[in-house]
Design a protein around this ligand. Sequence first.
Ligand code: XCC
Ligand code: SF4
Length: 634
Amino acid sequence: MAKLSDLIRPEDITTCDSTQQMIHKARKDGVELFFDRAESMRPCPIGNESACCKHCSMGPCRLNTKDPYSRVGICGATIDTIVARNFGRMVAAGTAAHTDHGMAMLDLFRGVVEGTVKDFEIKDPIKLREVAESLDIPTEDRTTLEIAKDLYKALELTYTQVDGEIPLVKRVPAKTLETWRQEGIVPRGAMREIMEMMHRTAMGVDQDYENITKQISRTALADGWGGSMVSTDISDILFGTPSPVEVEVDMGVLKEDHVNIIVHGHEPILLEAMIVSAGSPSLKQMAVDAGAKGINLVGMCCSGLDVLSRHGIPHAGNFSSTEAVLVSGAVDAMTVDIQCIKQDLAKVCECYETVFITTNYRAKIEGAMHVEMDEHNPLECTDEIIIKAISRYKHRNKAIQIPRRKAKGIHGFSHEYIKYMLGGSFRSGYEPLNENIINGRIRGAAGVVGCTNPRSKQDFSHVELVKELIKNDILVVQTGCSQMALAKAGLTTPGAAALAGPGLAEVCETVGIPPVLGLGACVDNSRILMILAEMVKTGGLGEAIADLPVAGCAPEWMSEKAIAIGQYFVASGVFTVFGHTFPITKGTKFEKHLFEELAGKGFGKWGFASDPIEMARLMIAHIDRKRKDLGIDK
Ligand code: XCC
Ligand code: SF4
């Protein structure tokens, strides 16, 4: 284990108390965590600013980040071409991840509709009808199954269509859509956009950063209003649309006298099936026979957020805590599907004799046990996981140390629920959200989302940024690992209204909601797009998303998926701030394009800050500017 890391105090690595405790223990146990490697692995300064290209074997070519226009690649590619191409490939990868996840949901939906998948069903026929109607599919006098068949065909176009516009752009406010049409960036189908992005960024193709940026936006929009939105809609239809539910979070949700099973990853199907298996009387009995009081199912990362929103299943923590939780010794099995699964979980599991199980054919990990899930018979896989976990429980022989911390909070705010709760367009009683923004009680809204990253003190920026925003009367909506940071910090409770400014506090107290609303997993950022579309539709706050007094932020991002999300928010009209690092070279034309020029074309734009208070300052200044433009800045 690296000596250097011993010098860095866990308190400086993370503000998550449980994770701190586990880092201390890991050091005692001689177990290396990713935090330790982040200390000893120095990032390449050229790669850090994305100023190298290896798109062909004449290179790799490394440009000078201090003097970006002093040289070009062997083929003549300029810094703007190189940086834009690299950025485009990140967006392509992030979009591919969300859309392939959505595709798996669509596969499942097809199986349910065709009757080949028997263990799942359409749980939310009302949502099915709403989604169908939003796509002009007739619903009157038709059975759920008839509608579902048509809906499947329509949604498949999100991926496979080669020409025209993806179906869900019907939800985009007219003026925003107009901007996209003018720029020629309405997505056709996700597969086509990702393919074209990869093609255009290959050696010797698109070498005009503005033209590359158009395809970057088009690809990202195929994620936000395409793959991610389909994923959210189908998940709601099959597993139920979330509504507010009280949930316990943090590592204290592990129970020493229970068989603890953690589900980590992204596709809700694994955890949905785990819930069924964990409820099986024979498996419960098996756990009791092994000396346990029961089976304790716990989620992590986005998988956990999906199921926490729908079923109130407890959540142990975000991305930076997935190894740390294993150090407790209390996890009998960790099972994973796709995305954000660190390869070294296999090694840490080995150290603590935790059974580590991969379940998806797309994501095997050397050293992990693979129990593949077949959606036609999902319980075969999840039963086996539980049996393996029970057997580990029976043979537990490691010291167990579970951090005591847990926090309760309210989660599961779908856009449908927010619309209902805050008046929207069809409920009186409470004053609608737009009204409260216009009268200034709420200054604006912000989405704070995204990952944690060992290069940035875990949770710190998420929590400080959100505190600063609500203090300034800005309503915060959240997804992903950010939501878990705030949940652990206790800000997802109605009582947190005490930390809000007087206007926001009054609204929260009247409606009985927290000032920080958790919407779910990262694909559920599509719910934020729906809220924005709804705000425009309701009226009084401009005609395009770009007119709204809103902003977004991913303060501790790490995944390519975050870049895709950021870009689809920017292309939709939202000012979007990223923290701690940004993958482009400073002082380039491409930087100016992303950070300034896009706004002049009717889009949003990117922003960057390292410090959470500075992030808040940028976002608030933007919100105030929009209020002024709308004439509601009194
Ligand atoms: Fe992954 Fe979705 Fe990022 Fe968390 S927020 S680290 S992408 S788990 Ni999605
Ligand atoms: Fe170098 Fe051009 Fe090849 Fe990139 S495409 S590696 S810049 S020669």
